[in-house]
Structures are given as structure tokens and as C-alpha cells.
Design a protein around this ligand. Structure first.
Ligand code: GSH
Length: 310
């Protein structure tokens, strides 16, 4: 029941970040394949609304967002650490930087594909990443691709400069960590999903050598799992989250409160509703009851999410 289950699909860059995170710690895990576009009834049965990729399940505990997933993996499996050379804290800051570059990369990949994108996919991702006015936005990205590329090029040159500045093999020395994963997944995306990607990236010599090194970390020991088996595990398990409260929560969040939580962007996403079971500086966990699956504990990061007391 303590099996790590990752709900994901192969093409997802954020899932690739987490798969490498599992590989870095040499973990065994089960992979459940989820659809690339909604509806995702089985995933949402677990999360209560959250539909993004990936989601980690351990028994009846459901971890939404790579930030929350990787934090939990570090807690359960501290060695080898995601934070070599005292990179705690800073590596999470770098993850916010990575998210910005990832958003530029989505503009690039969607914009460059233009009319070749499957309509359903374009409609879904357009709304998710670029808000209600996504249609005109996407046309703009297509028209102004050089501007988007200019943005990405600056960010990539900073990573390249860091790597070129010393003989270090990774961002924080000679051991890979979270900071590497947070700066790698959009490079993987640009290389794999934009036809000019390999040529564009070749400008950044140190980055390309580092990228090759990261890709050899692998995904750990993976086996496939059917979604019904994952749901059955959730049904037979009890959430493990301990009751915990942090007095200083700025919104006054405490266990027992009913809240709704959603990503803090206008992506048209469904809120997840539940009763707080624990709340800390970085994570808020809620208990929700499902007729089919019983009690589930759904964990979210605080950074990047909006909580409303209801
Ligand atoms: N902040 C989230 C971002 C997750 C995200 O945007 N994932 C993409 C896939 S790479 C996604 O959910 N796309 C829509 C989908 O899969 O339905 C995280 O770090 O997990």
C-alpha cells in the first residue's frame, strides 16, 4: 500500500521532471497512464478536481503538483538528497524560475505548431495556460515567434553561463539535485517538441553536455499499473497524513476548516474542496470523502495555489 503510483503520460514535460526525480532516488514505482486531455474521470476521482499532470498516489494520499510530489519524495526517501551542497530553499526558488521558462516554451511549441495542433488539444491547452482569450493569444505567439524565442534564449544562456563558469557537472556541484530537474524539463520539451529545437539548443554548449548527463539519470524501476488497480488501492487504504497546524498561517488556516483550492492562474480549472487535515508553510492537505473510494487526503503546495475558506 506504500507503493508509489504516478498518474502521468509519456509526453508530459512536468511528468518527465518527476520521473527523473524518482530515478535520481533510484525508486521503484508504478505508472498509470492518464489521458492527455480531459475528461479524466479516474484522476479527478482521486484529486477531487485537479486535472493536471502528473499526480502521485501513495495509498489514499494524493499529491498534486510536482512541487508537492518532489517534497514528499524527499521526506520519505531522504537519500540521495535533492539538495546537494546546501541547495535547500534556493532550489525551490529555481523551480519558480523554471516555471516561467516552461510557460515561454509552451508558447513556443504551441505557437510554432499553429494550425497543425489537434483542435481539442489546442483548445484545452490554450485555455489552461493563456486564459479565456487564449485564441487570439495563440495566434499572436505564432506571429511573434521570434519574440518568444528571444525570451527563452536569455534564460537558457543564463543556465549555460552557470555551467560554463566551473568544472561542476551540475547546477550545485558534482551531484544532481532538484535544481537540475527544475531547469531540465523545458529543455527536454523544446528539444522533443519543436522541430527547430535541436538546432536552437546547439548554441548552448555547456547546457547540452549537462542535458545529456541529466538524461542518463533514468526513471528508476518502473512497472505499468491499470487505473482500476490504483483506484482499488486508494479504496482499501487510509490516508496517512498526520493532523498538524501551523499557527502563523497568514489566512488563519487550521485543521477542520473547509476550503477550496485551485491553481492561482485563470486556467478555467476545477477547485478541489475538502476539510483541512494539516497545514504548514509550504503544503496544505485536505480530507475529502468519495462514495467509491472512501476518505482520501489530497495534498497541494501553497506557492502558486489559491486557497479560499468556504
Ligand atoms: N505546476 C504544475 C504544472 C503541471 C502542468 O502544467 N502539467 C501539464 C503537463 S506537462 C498539464 O497538466 N497539462 C494539462 C494536462 O495534462 O491535462 C506542476 O508542477 O505539477
Amino acid at each position: 500500500m506504500d507503493n508509489i503510483i504516478l498518474h502521468n503520460y509519456p509526453q508530459s514535460p512536468v511528468a518527465e521532471k518527476v520521473r527523473l526525480g524518482l530515478g535520481l532516488k533510484k525508486l521503484s514505482w508504478s505508472s498509470v497512464l492518464i489521458p492527455r486531455v480531459p475528461p479524466k474521470p479516474d484522476l479527478v476521482a482521486l484529486t477531487g478536481g485537479y486535472r493536471r499532470t502528473p499526480v502521485m498516489q501513495i495509498g489514499a494520499d494524493i499529491y498534486c503538483d510536482s512541487q508537492c510530489i518532489l517534497r514528499e519524495l524527499e521526506k520519505r526517501y531522504p537519500q540521495p538528497t535533492y539538495f546537494p551542497n546546501h541547495s535547500q530553499g534556493l532550489a525551490w526558488g529555481i523551480s519558480r524560475w523554471g516555471e516561467e521558462v516552461f510557460k515561454h516554451s509552451i508558447k513556443l511549441v504551441l505557437g510554432a505548431a499553429g494550425d497543425d495542433l489537434p483542435v481539442e488539444f489546442a483548445r484545452d491547452r490554450g485555455r489552461l495556460y493563456f486564459g479565456p482569450d487564449w485564441h487570439s493569444e495563440l495566434i499572436n505567439f505564432n506571429k511573434h515567434l521570434p519574440r518568444v524565442i528571444t525570451q527563452i534564449r536569455s534564460h537558457l544562456s543564463w543556465i549555460d553561463e552557470r555551467l560554463a563558469a566551473s568544472a561542476d557537472e551540475y547546477i550545485f556541484g558534482n551531484q544532481p539535485g532538484l535544481a537540475d530537474l527544475e531547469l531540465y524539463y523545458f529543455v527536454w520539451f523544446i528539444r522533443g517538441r519543436w522541430e527547430m529545437g535541436p538546432e536552437f539548443l546547439s548554441e548552448f554548449k555547456s547546457l547540452v553536455t549537462w542535458e545529456q548527463r541529466i538524461s542518463t539519470i533514468g526513471h528508476g524501476q518502473v512497472s505499468d499499473m491499470e487505473v482500476d488497480d490504483a483506484l482499488e488501492i486508494a479504496r482499501q487504504s487510509q490516508p496517512q497524513a498526520a493532523l498538524k497546524s501551523e499557527d502563523a498561517d497568514p489566512q488563519g488556516l487550521t485543521p477542520g476548516m473547509k476550503i477550496s483550492i485551485v491553481a492561482d492562474v485563470d486556467g478555467g480549472e476545477t477547485h478541489t474542496i475538502g476539510i483541512i487535515s494539516s497545514v504548514g508553510k509550504d503544503i496544505v492537505s485536505i480530507i475529502r470523502y468519495s462514495d467509491h473510494l472512501g476518505d482520501l487526503c489530497v495534498h497541494f503546495p501553497k506557492a502558486g495555489y489559491r486557497v479560499d475558506i468556504i
